[in-house]
Structure formats: structure tokens, C-alpha cells
Write a protein that binds this ligand. Structure first.
Ligand code: NGQ
Ligand code: ZN
Length: 422
């Protein structure tokens, strides 16, 4: 375990003038475009609706974006993230090409739309261009609606390097492998070998039982087992979901130093299953949260449901605690703070990225540093976020982002296009 995660959680909550300062929260997993379909996949399309039928709706939405609409939807999303207390976002980006699969004149046009949205709104961005090559473990070619996601290894590395040239204080560029089903083993090895030593690597893994079964059938290993045995997983890696794990895999991820990006609201929405949180904490594993499909944009709700899922499954209370802290909120907040630097590549800058909760909120009346985290996470849905600072700049004041209205207007225009006959 890292030093931060064993520290008393109260130590990362500090009293400031009229409020309480917390570290800025890193959102470890985002597909910005999916914000446009939040609430639009909640009607039955099949008697046995599942992750896979949801994915069909998602592909329909994915097919409608261009750089302008992506910029508009991402800008609104990043405003919402900042107002909720996220100060860094890891964007797992695979809408690379035009809908027919042909690259844009600038092959990085869609990536640049995300970079611009992050710049405009003031959120820190780890951009993760995604390598996506095949439609399944059997190596089948991409389907028609997946074509805009695809690259060969050389084309991918050209995109990666073009984006990497733009890295700066507020923008890092890492590598995402979409999933084991979308990246053949030899391509994975070629890309990993070409990456700079400090590049972060994110991958979707073991989210669905069907994926575990296909991997066992074709690679004779479970997905996490295969990855740990074949990819040199270490602290530069973030494993997204890692829902279905056996004991060996729980211990193996923890020992590797990789971070697990748990996305509780999306995993609930898609019927994925529950992460083995208590076992992973006992193994000393590093973890953080992501809002993924953005059916909720709130670190409070992610952390609350991370804990509530465990309670519902075990019929117990107060699961996420540590030897250093009996506070669930404090343990959760310390957990996300501890993994942020490894997962995002941005070193923690003590005061530059911070969230100030409003000390005047009735829900914080009489609060102490020892109970602020619990009260923030477990007392409802009225936002307590007053100010948010990123890179030393205040981007949210009095709970409102400096460009809230402009972002909402731009998003409304984009949504009118995106939803036409959806
Ligand atoms: C994604 N989302 O890439 O957006 C995926 C769905 C897939 C989640 N896994 C597509 N939650 O996995 O093929
Ligand atoms: Zn995802």
C-alpha cells in the first residue's frame, strides 16, 4: 500500500476559510461522447436486454459525431465534472475517423476536439487514444459501425506520436488498448514495445462474463490472468472494471502495482457485476473511480455506490475501511487520492488541484476534519462543492463553472443534431 492510502483519511481534508479543502478527484475513465445518450438507453429493446444490446444503441450514437459535436458535448461534460469535483479526466478515446472509417484530413481531428474541450474548460486531461483492431477474440474484422475506431499498428503509433508532441502541464498522452477482444497479442506487443517508458497504459478488462468465457475458449486463460502473464503489467497500468476476478487475479493485480478503475454507476447501469472491493483492499491493491458512460457525473455517487454495492451483497455495513481509518468516506477519499498520480501520470501538486466544500452547507453544520468525507459522500445529493482549483486556477466559484452557460448552449445545439431521428 502507498503511504497516502494508509494515512488517516482526515489528514487529506483541511479546514480553509469558510470551508473544507479536499484533493481534486481524478476521473480515471471517460468516453465523453456517451454523455449524449445518458438516459436514452433505458427502454427495453429486447426481452433479454444486456450490455451487448446497450452497445448497439451506443454504436448508433457513436456514428453521429463529428469533431464539432464532440467538442460541444465534451465541453458540457467537463464543466459538469469540474462542478462535481473532478479535476483530471482520463479520456479513453476511440472515435478516431469519419463514420465510414476514412481518416479525417487531420487524422487527429477528433482527439483535438477533446483536447480543446479540456483547454476551454480548464480540466486536466490524460488523453488515451485507443488501439482498436478486431471485433472479437477470434480476430474477426471490425463491423461496419466499428470502422471509425480502427487502426493498424503503424497508423496508431503515428497518431500517438502526433498527440504526444502536444504534451504539457495540463495535457498528458497515454495509450489505451480497447480490450483483449479488440487487440491481437502480436499488435499489443508491438505497441507496448514502442511506447515511451513513462506512458500510462489503460485497458478495459473482464467486465462481462461472456468476455471471460471467450478468452478462456480462445486463449486458454481468463482475461486478467492472460494479461498478467503476457503484458508486463506494472504501476503504469490501469485496468478498467476488472469485475470478474478469481483469487489469483485479485492478488496478482495488487502485486503488479496496477490501478483498477472501478466505474460503479456504469457497471450497475450495464449489469456488469460487483468489483471484489474488500478482497482487493485486503491485498493492498490500488484503485480509483471513473464515470465511464456518464449516466452520472459525480464522485460522490461513484464512491457511495462502490460502498453500497458491497453492503447489498454482504448484508453488512462499513466495508471500505482500513487499519488506518474506521471512516468509510475517509478510506474511499484516501484511496482515490493515492492512485491518481500512477493512473494519470500527473504528479500530485498539493495545492494546485483542490476542491473546497462549502462550510456553510447545512449538511456540514458542526463538521470536523474527521467526518467531512463521510458527510460529503453519505448525506444526499445537494452539491457541497463551492470552489474548484485546477493548476492553481479557480475554474468553479460558488458551485458554478466560469463557462457554464456557454457550454450548455453549445451542447444544446449539438444535441439537436445528434438526436435527429435517433
Ligand atoms: C466502450 N464500454 O468501449 O465504450 C465499452 C463498450 C465494448 C464499456 N465497456 C464497448 N462500459 O466494450 O465493446
Ligand atoms: Zn469504457
Amino acid at each position: 500500500m502507498t503511504a497516502t492510502s494508509t494515512r488517516d483519511a482526515a489528514a487529506i481534508v483541511e479546514p480553509v476559510d469558510g470551508g473544507w479543502r479536499l484533493p481534486g478527484i481524478a476521473n480515471l475513465h471517460s468516453h465523453a461522447f456517451q454523455r449524449a445518450m445518458a438516459g436514452l438507453a433505458e427502454r427495453q429493446t429486447h426481452p433479454e436486454d444486456s450490455f451487448w444490446t446497450w452497445r448497439e444503441t451506443m454504436y448508433r450514437m457513436a456514428g453521429r459525431f463529428d469533431p464539432d459535436t464532440l467538442h460541444a458535448v465534451a465541453s458540457q461534460l467537463y464543466v459538469e465534472m469540474l462542478e462535481a469535483g473532478y479535476t483530471t479526466v482520463c479520456e479513453f478515446h476511440y472515435l478516431h475517423h469519419a463514420p465510414d472509417g476514412r481518416p479525417y484530413d487531420d487524422p487527429a481531428a477528433m482527439s483535438r476536439a477533446l483536447v480543446q474541450a479540456a483547454r476551454d474548460t480548464g480540466i486536466r486531461l490524460l488523453l488515451l487514444p485507443v488501439l482498436y483492431m478486431t471485433g472479437g477474440f477470434d480476430g474477426r474484422p471490425l463491423g461496419e459501425r466499428q470502422r471509425r475506431f480502427g487502426h493498424d499498428v503503424d497508423g496508431y503509433l503515428r497518431l500517438f506520436e502526433a498527440l504526444r508532441a502536444e504534451q504539457g502541464d495540463m495535457l498528458h498522452v497515454g495509450c489505451a488498448l480497447h480490450s483483449l477482444r479488440a487487440v491481437p497479442p502480436d499488435a499489443m506487443r508491438a505497441v507496448l514495445a514502442a511506447l515511451p517508458a513513462d506512458a500510462r497504459i489503460h485497458i478495459h478488462i473482464s467486465e462481462q462474463v461472456g468476455e471471460v468465457q471467450d478468452c478462456l475458449a480462445i486463449r486458454d486463460r481468463r482475461p486478467v490472468e492472460w494479461l498478467l502473464q503476457n503484458a508486463g503489467v506494472d504501476a503504469r497500468w490501469t485496468l478498467v472494471h476488472a469485475t470478474h476476478l478469481n483469487d489469483w487475479e485479485v492478488a496478482g493485480i495488487a502485486k503488479s502495482g496496477a490501478t483498477v478503475a472501478i466505474c460503479p454507476t456504469t457497471e450497475a447501469n450495464l449489469g456488469d457485476g460487483l468489483f471484489r472491493l474488500r478482497d482487493f483492499l485486503d491485498a493492498g491493491g490500488a484503485w480509483g473511480i471513473g464515470s465511464d458512460s456518464h449516466i452520472s457525473v459525480s464522485p460522490v455517487e461513484e464512491l457511495r455506490w462502490l460502498e453500497y454495492g458491497q453492503r447489498l451483497a454482504t448484508h453488512r455495513r462499513n466495508i471500505a475501511v482500513s487499519p488506518a481509518s474506521s471512516s468509510v468516506g475517509g478510506t474511499l477519499l484516501a484511496g482515490v487520492a493515492a492512485s491518481a498520480a500512477d493512473a494519470t501520470g500527473f504528479a500530485r501538486v498539493a495545492d494546485a488541484d483542490a476542491v473546497v466544500l462549502d462550510g456553510a452547507s447545512p449538511l456540514l453544520a458542526g463538521a470536523t476534519a474527521a467526518d467531512v468525507a463521510d458527510r460529503w459522500i453519505f448525506s444526499g445529493n445537494r452539491s457541497m462543492v463551492r470552489d474548484v482549483h485546477v493548476g492553481g486556477r479557480r475554474v468553479v466559484a460558488g458551485g458554478v463553472h466560469r463557462d457554464r452557460d456557454a457550454a450548455a448552449a453549445g451542447c444544446a445545439r449539438a444535441m439537436a443534431t445528434l438526436l435527429r431521428d435517433f
